[in-house]
Design a protein around this ligand. Sequence first.
Ligand code: E4P
Length: 217
Amino acid sequence: MKFFVDTADTAEISDLAATGLLDGVTTNPSLIAKSGRDFLEVTAEICKLTAGPVSAEVVALDHEGMMREAEILRKIADNVCVKVPLTIDGLKTCKKLTADGTMVNVTLCFSATQALLAAKAGATFVSPFVGRHDDNGFDGMQLISDIRLIYDNYDYATQILVASIRHGVHVLESAKIGADVITAPPAVIKGLFRHVLTEKGIEGFLADWAKTGQSIG
Ligand code: E4P
């Protein structure tokens, strides 16, 4: 399973990239606003921090406008993945861009039938938002299972990119279902490394090691 980080904070991205476990980055207009940075400038910087796909989202709502913005975004770097909303114009744009060899992430997916449409439009990634789905009284992980089943039924190559992840259990369930990618905030990814028994274990081993009076090397 691939791990993307959901942020436009370049310090956080560098930090995670240094682990060697980061496969890509996703951003959205809210995350760009939070960074306080210029959109094109920060996206170019992020594209240098990872060799993986970097999702950059269009803000136009009509097909022509989306195509104009996509032209600018895809010139930033080869690893830019143009993010479009799951609307008729968004999927029209997706079809056109993927036919040209540009990666496309179809975002704001909240139903399995929407995900089916994204696959038919040739999306590279579809982003179902599990956290926001849960927040509204639906079952985010059931949505992922349904999409996995449908994509496998028809051998669609579109990758399921689980988005709006709130905690480690979302990551665990995504892996059990066989989602292709998760994108999560830096804090959630960093939390996956931690376990109270790992910390306790290190503490105990170091205390016993100190008693030996030895050092390595
Ligand atoms: C996905 O690409 C989105 O940027 C993101 O996961 C949205 O998450 P949120 O619901 O925490 O804003």
